[in-house]
Ligand binder design. Sequence first.
Ligand SMILES: [Fe+2]
Length: 385
Amino acid sequence: MEQFGFYAPTRIEFGTGVSGRIANEVSALGASRVLVITDKGILASGMVEPLLRQMEQSHITITLFDAVKSNPRDIDCHKAAALGLEAKVDLVLAIGGGSPIDTAKAVAALITNGGEVKDWVGEQKLHHPTLPLICIPTTAGTGSEVTMFAVITDAEQNLKTCIADTLIAPALALVDPGLTMSLPPLLTASTGIDALTHAIEAYTCNLHNPVSDALALKAISLICQNIRQAVEQGENLEARSNMMLGSLLAGIAFGNADVAGVHCMAEAIGGLYDIPHGIANSILLPFVMEYNIPAALERHAEIGRAMGVAPASMPDHEAAAAAVEAVKKLSLDLEIPRFKDLPNVNPDDFNLLAARAAANISAPSNCRPAGEKEYYELFFKAYRG
Ligand SMILES: [Fe+2]
Protein backbone atom coordinates (compact mmCIF):
# COMPACT_ATOMS: atom_id res chain seq x y z
CA MET A 1 0.00 0.00 0.00
CA GLU A 2 1.27 3.46 -0.89
CA GLN A 3 1.78 6.17 1.73
CA PHE A 4 -1.05 8.64 2.17
CA GLY A 5 -2.07 11.54 4.39
CA PHE A 6 -5.48 12.54 5.69
CA TYR A 7 -6.50 15.97 6.94
CA ALA A 8 -9.82 16.71 8.66
CA PRO A 9 -9.42 20.00 10.54
CA THR A 10 -13.11 20.88 10.94
CA ARG A 11 -14.95 19.92 14.13
CA ILE A 12 -18.32 18.48 13.19
CA GLU A 13 -21.50 18.52 15.25
CA PHE A 14 -24.24 16.56 13.48
CA GLY A 15 -27.94 16.08 14.20
CA THR A 16 -31.36 17.66 14.19
CA GLY A 17 -31.27 20.82 16.31
CA VAL A 18 -27.47 21.28 16.55
CA SER A 19 -27.71 24.67 14.81
CA GLY A 20 -29.40 25.85 18.03
CA ARG A 21 -26.00 25.74 19.73
CA ILE A 22 -24.71 28.65 17.67
CA ALA A 23 -24.44 31.28 20.42
CA ASN A 24 -22.50 28.95 22.74
CA GLU A 25 -20.20 27.89 19.93
CA VAL A 26 -19.43 31.50 18.93
CA SER A 27 -18.59 32.33 22.55
CA ALA A 28 -16.52 29.15 22.92
CA LEU A 29 -14.38 30.36 20.02
CA GLY A 30 -13.80 33.62 21.93
CA ALA A 31 -15.76 35.72 19.44
CA SER A 32 -18.37 38.42 20.00
CA ARG A 33 -18.70 40.27 16.66
CA VAL A 34 -20.00 38.01 13.93
CA LEU A 35 -20.29 38.58 10.18
CA VAL A 36 -23.21 36.41 9.02
CA ILE A 37 -23.10 35.49 5.33
CA THR A 38 -26.22 34.11 3.68
CA ASP A 39 -28.49 34.71 0.71
CA LYS A 40 -31.92 36.30 0.34
CA GLY A 41 -33.68 32.96 -0.27
CA ILE A 42 -32.35 31.45 2.97
CA LEU A 43 -33.21 34.65 4.82
CA ALA A 44 -36.79 34.53 3.46
CA SER A 45 -37.14 30.90 4.57
CA GLY A 46 -37.14 32.11 8.19
CA MET A 47 -34.39 29.79 9.38
CA VAL A 48 -31.79 32.53 9.92
CA GLU A 49 -33.87 34.80 12.18
CA PRO A 50 -33.95 32.52 15.28
CA LEU A 51 -30.19 31.99 15.05
CA LEU A 52 -29.58 35.76 14.88
CA ARG A 53 -31.95 36.40 17.76
CA GLN A 54 -30.26 33.78 19.89
CA MET A 55 -26.82 35.31 19.29
CA GLU A 56 -28.09 38.83 20.03
CA GLN A 57 -29.58 37.61 23.31
CA SER A 58 -26.08 36.38 24.16
CA HIS A 59 -24.70 39.89 23.49
CA ILE A 60 -23.08 38.90 20.21
CA THR A 61 -23.01 41.75 17.68
CA ILE A 62 -24.27 40.77 14.23
CA THR A 63 -23.31 42.23 10.86
CA LEU A 64 -25.41 40.70 8.08
CA PHE A 65 -24.41 40.21 4.44
CA ASP A 66 -27.25 38.58 2.49
CA ALA A 67 -26.35 39.46 -1.11
CA VAL A 68 -24.70 36.16 -2.08
CA LYS A 69 -25.88 34.80 -5.45
CA SER A 70 -25.56 31.28 -6.79
CA ASN A 71 -22.18 30.77 -8.47
CA PRO A 72 -20.82 33.30 -5.95
CA ARG A 73 -18.85 36.23 -7.35
CA ASP A 74 -15.58 37.82 -6.28
CA ILE A 75 -17.13 41.32 -6.24
CA ASP A 76 -19.61 40.22 -3.56
CA CYS A 77 -16.75 38.72 -1.51
CA HIS A 78 -15.00 42.10 -1.65
CA LYS A 79 -18.15 43.93 -0.49
CA ALA A 80 -18.69 41.49 2.39
CA ALA A 81 -15.04 41.71 3.47
CA ALA A 82 -15.23 45.52 3.52
CA LEU A 83 -18.38 45.30 5.65
CA GLY A 84 -16.67 42.88 8.04
CA LEU A 85 -13.54 45.03 8.35
CA GLU A 86 -15.62 48.12 9.07
CA ALA A 87 -17.54 46.29 11.80
CA LYS A 88 -14.30 44.81 13.21
CA VAL A 89 -15.81 41.31 13.20
CA ASP A 90 -13.91 38.49 14.86
CA LEU A 91 -15.74 35.48 13.36
CA VAL A 92 -17.55 34.64 10.13
CA LEU A 93 -20.70 32.52 10.11
CA ALA A 94 -22.03 31.02 6.87
CA ILE A 95 -25.67 29.93 6.73
CA GLY A 96 -26.72 28.38 3.43
CA GLY A 97 -25.63 26.14 0.60
CA GLY A 98 -22.29 26.09 -1.18
CA SER A 99 -22.52 29.68 -2.38
CA PRO A 100 -22.71 31.40 1.05
CA ILE A 101 -20.18 28.92 2.49
CA ASP A 102 -17.62 29.47 -0.29
CA THR A 103 -18.18 33.23 -0.06
CA ALA A 104 -17.64 33.10 3.72
CA LYS A 105 -14.37 31.19 3.27
CA ALA A 106 -13.06 33.80 0.85
CA VAL A 107 -14.25 36.66 3.10
CA ALA A 108 -12.65 35.15 6.23
CA ALA A 109 -9.40 34.98 4.23
CA LEU A 110 -9.68 38.50 2.76
CA ILE A 111 -10.30 40.12 6.15
CA THR A 112 -6.95 38.91 7.53
CA ASN A 113 -4.90 38.69 4.32
CA GLY A 114 -6.14 41.77 2.45
CA GLY A 115 -6.14 42.02 -1.35
CA GLU A 116 -8.75 40.55 -3.67
CA VAL A 117 -9.94 37.01 -4.40
CA LYS A 118 -7.72 36.77 -7.50
CA ASP A 119 -4.63 37.34 -5.31
CA TRP A 120 -5.25 34.09 -3.44
CA VAL A 121 -6.47 31.80 -6.24
CA GLY A 122 -4.41 28.61 -6.42
CA GLU A 123 -2.97 26.23 -3.85
CA GLN A 124 -1.67 27.31 -0.42
CA LYS A 125 -1.25 30.98 -1.33
CA LEU A 126 -2.56 32.63 1.87
CA HIS A 127 -0.04 34.35 4.13
CA HIS A 128 -2.04 34.55 7.37
CA PRO A 129 -4.64 32.45 9.22
CA THR A 130 -8.21 33.47 8.37
CA LEU A 131 -10.86 34.61 10.82
CA PRO A 132 -12.50 31.60 12.50
CA LEU A 133 -15.36 30.30 10.37
CA ILE A 134 -18.50 28.42 11.43
CA CYS A 135 -20.67 26.85 8.72
CA ILE A 136 -24.32 25.86 8.98
CA PRO A 137 -25.19 24.11 5.70
CA THR A 138 -28.81 24.26 4.58
CA THR A 139 -28.52 21.86 1.64
CA ALA A 140 -27.34 18.25 1.52
CA GLY A 141 -24.92 18.67 -1.35
CA THR A 142 -21.98 21.00 -1.17
CA GLY A 143 -19.80 19.36 1.48
CA SER A 144 -18.04 22.73 1.54
CA GLU A 145 -18.58 22.92 5.31
CA VAL A 146 -15.68 20.46 5.69
CA THR A 147 -13.36 21.29 2.79
CA MET A 148 -10.47 23.69 2.21
CA PHE A 149 -11.77 24.87 -1.17
CA ALA A 150 -13.69 28.01 -2.10
CA VAL A 151 -14.94 28.19 -5.69
CA ILE A 152 -15.57 31.84 -6.62
CA THR A 153 -16.54 33.27 -10.01
CA ASP A 154 -14.38 36.03 -11.48
CA ALA A 155 -17.26 38.32 -12.47
CA GLU A 156 -15.29 40.09 -15.21
CA GLN A 157 -14.44 36.91 -17.10
CA ASN A 158 -17.39 34.72 -16.00
CA LEU A 159 -14.70 32.26 -14.96
CA LYS A 160 -14.78 30.02 -11.89
CA THR A 161 -11.61 30.17 -9.82
CA CYS A 162 -10.61 28.22 -6.71
CA ILE A 163 -8.84 29.14 -3.50
CA ALA A 164 -7.43 25.85 -2.19
CA ASP A 165 -5.79 26.37 1.18
CA THR A 166 -5.76 24.47 4.47
CA LEU A 167 -6.18 27.85 6.21
CA ILE A 168 -9.74 28.32 4.88
CA ALA A 169 -11.09 25.05 6.28
CA PRO A 170 -13.96 25.94 8.66
CA ALA A 171 -13.30 25.68 12.40
CA LEU A 172 -16.74 24.18 13.02
CA ALA A 173 -19.60 22.71 10.98
CA LEU A 174 -23.02 22.57 12.65
CA VAL A 175 -24.70 20.03 10.37
CA ASP A 176 -28.41 20.09 11.10
CA PRO A 177 -30.60 17.94 8.78
CA GLY A 178 -33.69 19.68 10.16
CA LEU A 179 -32.71 22.78 8.18
CA THR A 180 -33.16 20.92 4.86
CA MET A 181 -36.78 19.88 5.46
CA SER A 182 -38.26 22.77 3.48
CA LEU A 183 -35.82 22.56 0.57
CA PRO A 184 -37.87 22.37 -2.68
CA PRO A 185 -37.73 19.13 -4.74
CA LEU A 186 -35.52 20.38 -7.61
CA LEU A 187 -32.98 21.92 -5.22
CA THR A 188 -32.99 18.73 -3.12
CA ALA A 189 -32.39 16.69 -6.29
CA SER A 190 -29.68 18.84 -7.85
CA THR A 191 -27.72 19.40 -4.63
CA GLY A 192 -28.04 15.67 -3.89
CA ILE A 193 -26.51 14.84 -7.29
CA ASP A 194 -23.68 17.27 -6.48
CA ALA A 195 -22.98 15.23 -3.34
CA LEU A 196 -23.14 11.99 -5.36
CA THR A 197 -20.69 13.49 -7.87
CA HIS A 198 -18.30 14.40 -5.04
CA ALA A 199 -18.38 10.81 -3.80
CA ILE A 200 -17.95 9.24 -7.26
CA GLU A 201 -15.13 11.59 -8.23
CA ALA A 202 -13.37 11.18 -4.87
CA TYR A 203 -13.54 7.39 -5.35
CA THR A 204 -12.30 7.33 -8.95
CA CYS A 205 -9.80 10.21 -9.06
CA ASN A 206 -6.04 9.75 -9.05
CA LEU A 207 -5.64 11.18 -5.53
CA HIS A 208 -7.96 8.75 -3.71
CA ASN A 209 -6.69 6.97 -0.60
CA PRO A 210 -8.07 4.16 1.59
CA VAL A 211 -9.79 6.54 4.04
CA SER A 212 -11.40 8.68 1.34
CA ASP A 213 -12.44 5.46 -0.44
CA ALA A 214 -14.32 4.20 2.62
CA LEU A 215 -16.08 7.53 3.09
CA ALA A 216 -16.92 7.84 -0.61
CA LEU A 217 -18.47 4.36 -0.89
CA LYS A 218 -20.58 4.91 2.22
CA ALA A 219 -21.67 8.29 0.84
CA ILE A 220 -22.68 6.72 -2.50
CA SER A 221 -24.85 4.14 -0.67
CA LEU A 222 -26.48 6.69 1.62
CA ILE A 223 -27.26 9.12 -1.20
CA CYS A 224 -28.60 6.49 -3.62
CA GLN A 225 -30.77 4.86 -0.96
CA ASN A 226 -32.31 8.14 0.16
CA ILE A 227 -32.34 10.74 -2.60
CA ARG A 228 -35.68 9.74 -4.13
CA GLN A 229 -37.46 9.80 -0.76
CA ALA A 230 -35.85 13.13 0.17
CA VAL A 231 -37.10 14.63 -3.11
CA GLU A 232 -40.57 13.07 -3.09
CA GLN A 233 -41.26 13.27 0.66
CA GLY A 234 -39.51 16.42 1.82
CA GLU A 235 -40.73 15.91 5.39
CA ASN A 236 -39.05 12.52 5.70
CA LEU A 237 -36.48 13.33 8.41
CA GLU A 238 -34.69 9.99 8.11
CA ALA A 239 -34.14 10.46 4.37
CA ARG A 240 -33.07 14.07 4.95
CA SER A 241 -30.62 13.00 7.70
CA ASN A 242 -29.12 10.27 5.55
CA MET A 243 -28.70 12.70 2.65
CA MET A 244 -27.00 15.20 4.96
CA LEU A 245 -24.67 12.49 6.27
CA GLY A 246 -23.94 11.32 2.72
CA SER A 247 -23.13 14.86 1.65
CA LEU A 248 -20.87 15.36 4.69
CA LEU A 249 -18.95 12.11 4.12
CA ALA A 250 -18.57 12.91 0.42
CA GLY A 251 -17.22 16.35 1.38
CA ILE A 252 -14.57 14.88 3.68
CA ALA A 253 -13.72 12.33 0.95
CA PHE A 254 -13.18 14.79 -1.89
CA GLY A 255 -11.52 17.25 0.48
CA ASN A 256 -8.81 14.60 0.96
CA ALA A 257 -8.80 13.20 -2.57
CA ASP A 258 -10.12 15.56 -5.22
CA VAL A 259 -12.95 16.00 -7.66
CA ALA A 260 -12.22 15.33 -11.34
CA GLY A 261 -13.52 15.68 -14.90
CA VAL A 262 -17.19 16.26 -14.04
CA HIS A 263 -16.37 19.24 -11.84
CA CYS A 264 -13.83 20.58 -14.37
CA MET A 265 -16.62 20.67 -16.97
CA ALA A 266 -19.38 21.74 -14.54
CA GLU A 267 -17.36 24.70 -13.30
CA ALA A 268 -16.75 25.77 -16.90
CA ILE A 269 -20.48 25.82 -17.74
CA GLY A 270 -21.44 27.18 -14.32
CA GLY A 271 -19.08 30.13 -14.81
CA LEU A 272 -20.14 30.91 -18.40
CA TYR A 273 -23.90 30.30 -18.18
CA ASP A 274 -24.61 30.77 -14.45
CA ILE A 275 -26.17 27.28 -14.33
CA PRO A 276 -26.74 25.91 -10.78
CA HIS A 277 -23.79 23.71 -9.85
CA GLY A 278 -25.79 20.56 -9.06
CA ILE A 279 -27.64 20.73 -12.39
CA ALA A 280 -24.33 21.15 -14.23
CA ASN A 281 -22.94 18.05 -12.51
CA SER A 282 -26.06 16.04 -13.21
CA ILE A 283 -25.87 16.82 -16.93
CA LEU A 284 -22.26 15.66 -17.18
CA LEU A 285 -21.80 12.88 -14.61
CA PRO A 286 -22.88 9.78 -16.62
CA PHE A 287 -20.88 10.81 -19.70
CA VAL A 288 -17.65 11.36 -17.77
CA MET A 289 -18.18 8.06 -15.92
CA GLU A 290 -18.61 6.28 -19.26
CA TYR A 291 -15.42 7.91 -20.55
CA ASN A 292 -13.51 6.94 -17.39
CA ILE A 293 -14.54 3.27 -17.20
CA PRO A 294 -11.61 1.98 -19.33
CA ALA A 295 -9.16 3.58 -16.85
CA ALA A 296 -10.90 2.37 -13.66
CA LEU A 297 -13.23 -0.53 -14.47
CA GLU A 298 -13.14 -2.13 -11.03
CA ARG A 299 -13.87 1.15 -9.24
CA HIS A 300 -16.85 1.91 -11.46
CA ALA A 301 -18.13 -1.62 -10.81
CA GLU A 302 -17.81 -0.99 -7.06
CA ILE A 303 -19.83 2.21 -7.54
CA GLY A 304 -22.60 0.14 -9.16
CA ARG A 305 -22.54 -2.23 -6.18
CA ALA A 306 -22.57 0.64 -3.65
CA MET A 307 -25.50 2.20 -5.52
CA GLY A 308 -27.39 -1.06 -5.12
CA VAL A 309 -27.84 -1.59 -8.87
CA ALA A 310 -25.31 -4.42 -9.35
CA PRO A 311 -25.24 -7.64 -7.29
CA ALA A 312 -21.84 -8.82 -6.01
CA SER A 313 -21.84 -11.65 -8.55
CA MET A 314 -22.24 -9.35 -11.57
CA PRO A 315 -19.09 -9.08 -13.73
CA ASP A 316 -17.24 -5.79 -13.45
CA HIS A 317 -17.99 -4.52 -16.95
CA GLU A 318 -21.74 -5.07 -16.44
CA ALA A 319 -21.70 -3.54 -12.94
CA ALA A 320 -19.85 -0.45 -14.23
CA ALA A 321 -22.34 -0.04 -17.09
CA ALA A 322 -25.21 -0.47 -14.62
CA ALA A 323 -23.80 2.39 -12.53
CA VAL A 324 -23.80 4.73 -15.56
CA GLU A 325 -27.35 3.77 -16.52
CA ALA A 326 -28.55 4.21 -12.93
CA VAL A 327 -27.07 7.72 -12.79
CA LYS A 328 -28.80 8.63 -16.08
CA LYS A 329 -32.11 7.23 -14.84
CA LEU A 330 -31.78 9.05 -11.52
CA SER A 331 -31.49 12.46 -13.22
CA LEU A 332 -34.46 11.63 -15.48
CA ASP A 333 -36.61 10.39 -12.58
CA LEU A 334 -35.77 13.49 -10.53
CA GLU A 335 -36.70 15.69 -13.51
CA ILE A 336 -33.41 17.58 -13.56
CA PRO A 337 -33.27 19.72 -16.73
CA ARG A 338 -31.25 18.48 -19.72
CA PHE A 339 -28.23 20.37 -21.05
CA LYS A 340 -29.87 21.36 -24.35
CA ASP A 341 -32.96 22.68 -22.55
CA LEU A 342 -31.02 25.22 -20.50
CA PRO A 343 -31.18 28.88 -21.54
CA ASN A 344 -28.20 30.43 -23.38
CA VAL A 345 -26.36 27.14 -23.98
CA ASN A 346 -24.69 27.36 -27.39
CA PRO A 347 -22.50 24.61 -28.91
CA ASP A 348 -20.35 27.37 -30.44
CA ASP A 349 -19.05 27.91 -26.90
CA PHE A 350 -17.88 24.31 -26.47
CA ASN A 351 -14.31 25.09 -27.61
CA LEU A 352 -13.97 27.72 -24.90
CA LEU A 353 -15.65 25.47 -22.33
CA ALA A 354 -13.34 22.56 -23.22
CA ALA A 355 -10.27 24.79 -22.86
CA ARG A 356 -11.47 25.93 -19.44
CA ALA A 357 -12.23 22.37 -18.31
CA ALA A 358 -8.78 21.20 -19.38
CA ALA A 359 -7.17 24.09 -17.47
CA ASN A 360 -9.10 23.39 -14.25
CA ILE A 361 -7.02 22.83 -11.10
CA SER A 362 -8.57 19.33 -10.77
CA ALA A 363 -8.02 18.23 -14.39
CA PRO A 364 -4.88 16.19 -13.59
CA SER A 365 -6.90 14.21 -11.04
CA ASN A 366 -9.20 12.59 -13.61
CA CYS A 367 -8.35 8.88 -13.77
CA ARG A 368 -8.32 8.83 -17.58
CA PRO A 369 -6.28 11.64 -19.09
CA ALA A 370 -8.44 14.19 -20.89
CA GLY A 371 -7.48 17.33 -22.77
CA GLU A 372 -9.40 19.95 -24.72
CA LYS A 373 -10.31 17.52 -27.52
CA GLU A 374 -11.77 14.95 -25.13
CA TYR A 375 -13.68 17.56 -23.13
CA TYR A 376 -15.04 19.05 -26.35
CA GLU A 377 -16.41 15.63 -27.36
CA LEU A 378 -17.83 15.07 -23.88
CA PHE A 379 -19.66 18.42 -23.97
CA PHE A 380 -21.26 17.34 -27.27
CA LYS A 381 -22.18 13.90 -25.92
CA ALA A 382 -23.85 15.50 -22.91
CA TYR A 383 -25.60 18.04 -25.16
CA ARG A 384 -27.03 15.32 -27.39
CA GLY A 385 -28.13 13.49 -24.21
FE1 LIG B 1 -19.57 20.13 -6.32
